[in-house]
Design a protein around this ligand. Structure first.
Ligand SMILES: [Zn+2]
Length: 643
């Protein structure tokens, strides 16, 4: 029996955990476990430890680690719904699992012992709330998924955006604040707990997750109720459970969890309004399955990707790849954020819409949608080691995520429109404020790795990486002002000289001008995965200087009523004008839309700033999108073309 490596471990941690796991399993609870013979398909790319991040990436991830992380972690709100059932809000329970995920990954980098104590405390408190049945949600007895297994009563169901409110003056102790989301809570409990447990092996945590899994199998397993009938958006919210159940299978290798995962697929496919896999295999659109609910649809794809790795069933992989392609081609902005809009044929403003619904003032990027797109790309990157997936994740991080994050480190936007004059940054706990740090931490945990015995460097941003023994031990240091400068110095500092192939990824829309090793120019080969590589004997202090050049690009976007817009990017950076009020509908450009080169000809690079352009014929400038959002200003990313 072989086991694949989970994304959360570095190489040595994994080995340790695996060995500990073996020891624990032989002495566990004595119940018969049907061990699967399936081989888990290993990811091609295995992360190695990030010690520190610098530059913009370090600054932004520290805003979260020093502020929001503690703001959430020290709040009673995330645990109160479990400790004093019922909770106040239908998906109040999600925040703890999301926090455990992001905060555990943060600990993986900064090794902050105070954070470790906080993580332990929150896990212990959550586990203490588990009922004998295994239930670990925030609902009162009368409206859990056990009480309402097939919830067709829409009036009691909390909608995705505006949950029904608990009635004022109600004396009923367990009156629903709107139901239908406690399988969702358990999905996040399991995700957070299993991530924590991957770093801090603890059989008690595994047993608690098994009890949650067993409870769900008892209600929704073979011959029982249909999970796709529970909750919102044709069941696609509830079936996000798939990924967490597969994680539980990966951890336990107990076949019943894999069977349950396949059962979730089966009921999803039998539900004509869900049917995500069938639709993707027919090369259909993401606009229809589960009402096109973006965040949930991508979270389902995350489940299919894990299920592929556990079964080798190509159908699951093809589902993910077609979904990825549809989203990448039709639903992603130049900022990397996936956009959505309410239309008559979908569910609400968080649902994917057809290209002809595009309008930069009327669409939104939901923060969770953005974070889940980053997750999907990072997991596809781990599987394939193909640079194209990490490029997408990087663009979404540098633009969309940083646009949603406020400079005080606490506040986040739930939605951002590509054109809006006052993004709504707010301190309250919402799904998006809890999701987005997960994308940031996943990025930070994937700065370098191992693929086919190559040292694979995934960033040109300032950072410090721990070199594993196979590369001579020691560290790898990158010095750079990325993404605002266009050169980086990679310093290889092994304790012992070693011969190996070093490869690095070049950001999107960027070409390499010159690379030198110890001041001598070298020619690099681009491998089939899009990385530039060089094999040699690497010794302490070897310096690779990479000079690169961002491409200035105009992207033409079709949209509502045959209108067209143009947006500009500079390397991986989306550009936008900083506006403090919404301009009217008057065309910004007045030339032939079919010729993006002419549009580019209207831009001249500012002499004073590295990523700023003046627009000819006006007194406007465009700057990196992420710099436009304040309490009094926002981005204008898409400009009308008069055609
Ligand atoms: Zn959200």
């Amino acid at each position: 029996m072989l086991i694949g490596m989970n994304k959360c471990y570095n190489y040595w941690e994994f080995l340790l955990i695996f060995l500990l796991g073996l020891g624990i399993c032989t002495s566990c609870n004595g119940q018969q476990q049907d061990q699967s013979e399936n081989k888990i398909i290993e990811n091609q790319w295995q992360q190695i430890k990030t010690i520190d991040e610098g530059g913009l990436i370090g600054e932004r991830v520290d805003l979260w680690r020093n502020h929001r992380l503690w703001n959430i972690g020290n709040s009673d709100y995330i645990i109160e719904g479990f400790e004093k059932r019922p909770g106040m809000h239908p998906w109040q329970g999600e925040h703890l699992g999301k926090w455990l995920h992001a905060a555990t990954l943060a600990y993986g980098i900064n090794r902050d012992e105070k954070l470790k104590l906080k993580l332990d405390e929150m896990v212990e408190r959550l586990l203490a709330t588990q009922l004998e049945s295994g239930y670990t949600g925030t609902y009162g007895e009368s409206y859990t998924f056990m009480a309402l297994p097939e919830n067709d009563i829409k009036t009691e169901l909390a909608d995705d955006i505006q949950p029904t409110k608990k009635k004022a003056n109600s004396q009923a102790n367990d009156e629903a604040p709107g139901g239908g989301w406690d399988t969702w809570t358990i999905r996040y409990n399991m995700y957070g707990l299993l991530t924590y447990e991957a770093y801090f092996p603890n059989q008690e945590v595994v047993e608690a997750c098994k009890k949650m899994g067993d409870l769900l199998i008892g209600i929704y397993g073979e011959g029982k109720y249909d999970l796709s009938k529970y909750g919102t958006r044709q069941g696609i919210s509830a079936t996000t459970l798939l990924e967490s159940i597969v994680m539980l299978y990966e951890r336990t290798l107990d076949k019943k969890y894999l069977d349950f995962a396949e059962r979730i697929v089966k009921v999803s496919e039998e539900n004509p309004k869900h049917r995500l896999m069938g639709t993707m295999l027919e090369k259909g659109s993401v606009v229809y399955p589960g009402d096109g609910k973006g965040y949930q649809l991508m979270a389902n794809l995350l489940g299919y990707l894990r299920l592929y790795r556990c079964t080798g069933n190509e159908k699951y992989l093809q589902t993910v790849l077609h979904g990825w392609q549809e989203i990448q081609e039709k639903h992603v902005l130049t900022t990397g954020g996936p956009w959505t809009r309410k239309m008559p044929y979908n569910g609400n403003k968080e649902c994917f819409a057809k290209t002809d619904a595009f309008h930069p003032d009327k669409i939104v990027v939901e923060g969770c949608n953005n974070a889940t797109w980053i997750q999907l790309n990072i997991h596809l990157f781990e599987l394939t080691a193909n640079a194209k997936y990490f490029n997408e994740a990087e663009v979404a991080l540098l633009n969309s995520t940083y646009g949603h994050q406020y400079s005080d480190g606490i506040e986040w936007c739930y939605y951002m429109a590509p054109n809006e004059s006052s993004p709504k940054y707010e301190p309250r706990f919402h799904c998006c404020g809890s999701s987005q740090p997960r994308g940031m931490e996943m990025y930070s945990n994937h700065l370098a790795g191992i693929v086919n015995d190559n040292l694979s460097i995934n960033t040109l941003s300032a950072s410090k990486i721990k070199l594993p023994e196979q590369f001579g031990g020691g560290t790898l240091d990158i010095e750079s002002g990325f993404p605002l400068t266009q050169n980086s110095t990679i310093i290889v500092n092994p304790i012992e000289s070693k011969e190996f192939t070093l490869e690095f990824r070049v950001p999107l829309n960027t070409s390499v001008k010159r690379v030198s090793v110890n001041k001598e120019d070298v020619e690099l080969l681009q491998n089939e995965r899009g990385f530039l590589q060089l094999k040699r004997l690497w010794a302490k202090g070897d310096q690779i200087i990479v000079d690169y050049e961002y491409e200035l690009k105009a992207t033409i976007q079709d949209g509502e009523e045959g209108k067209r817009w143009v947006a500009f990017t500079y390397g991986p950076l989306a550009l936008a004008q900083k506006i403090d009020r919404m301009p009217g509908e008057e065309p910004f450009f007045n030339i032939d839309f079919a010729n993006p080169d002419e549009l580019l000809g209207q831009l001249t690079k500012s002499a004073t700033s590295s990523a700023e352009f003046n627009i000819e014929g006006g007194n406007s400038i465009i700057i990196p999108y992420y710099q436009t959002g304040t309490k009094n200003s926002g981005p204008k990313t898409y400009f009308t073309i008069n055609n």
